[in-house]
Design a protein around this ligand. Structure first.
Ligand code: ADP
Ligand code: MG
Length: 193
């Protein structure tokens, strides 16, 4: 049950002064912050974090995008020149790299029971337009695929979080060395379990 998840406050979150509020959301629910740093992401880290050869992830982003377009009756071929989920995924991956290197980000690792699933719930749906109030994306952003893609850019949704335990296991060592991860007990551990 004990899991770790990577969270990154993206450049829009940092320049909007929301980093502190965002980190608090995870602390308040009882998750433990075990590592944290503010950094400007290099192109090489960005490309390892958002790898252009992860087929299922690329297609997944393409599929979510086409779903959102359907809702707004947007013609993918007119807007992006293609309706192929892989091609759309590749396009988004490029925009994502540009987005994550565009300014400093706050990266941190949280630890606790069901950490991966809990973190996803706290962040909310990928598209701020659809994420519920009470989630980070739902409370502080309004972006959609439609808005982002007419501007040929990534969706500004404030945070990245690992999508699965496997993704967390891949991502955490990209951002943090073993010696940067701290071990300690939170007082809640006794009260909440
Ligand atoms: P999540 O961040 O919720 O795990 P994904 O892994 O599917 O979502 O997508 C990664 C990131 O790609 C999203 O957080 C968002 O910033 C961006 N993104 C997803 N779909 C689009 C899109 N259609 N246009 C632009 N950016 C997108
Ligand atoms: Mg993801």
């Amino acid at each position: 049950m004990e899991e770790r998840s990577l969270v990154v406050v993206k450049p829009d979150g940092v320049v909007r002064g929301l980093a502190g509020k965002i980190i608090s959301r995870f602390e308040e629910v009882g998750l433990k912050i075990v590592a944290v740093k503010l950094l400007k992401v290099s192109k090489s880290l960005a490309e390892r974090h958002y790898p252009g050869d992860r087929e299922a992830w690329l297609r997944g982003m393409g599929e979510k995008t086409l779903e959102n377009y359907k809702k707004f009756r947007v013609d993918a071929i007119k807007l992006l020149g293609t309706n192929d989920t892989h091609e759309i995924g590749k396009m988004i991956q490029k925009w994502l790299v540009d987005y994550i290197v565009s300014g400093p980000v706050l990266a941190f690792v949280v630890e606790g029971p069901h950490a991966v699933e809990l973190v996803r719930k706290i962040c909310g749906n990928t598209l701020p337009l659809l994420s519920s109030p009470g989630t980070i994306r739902g409370d502080y952003a309004f972006d959609s695929s439609y808005l982002a893609n007419t501007g040929k850019r990534a969706i500004k949704n404030l945070v990245h979080s690992s999508g699965s335990i496997e993704e967390a296991d891949y991502e955490i060592p990209l951002w943090f060395g073993k010696d940067e991860l701290q071990e300690y007990q939170r007082v809640e551990e006794k009260a909440m379990r």
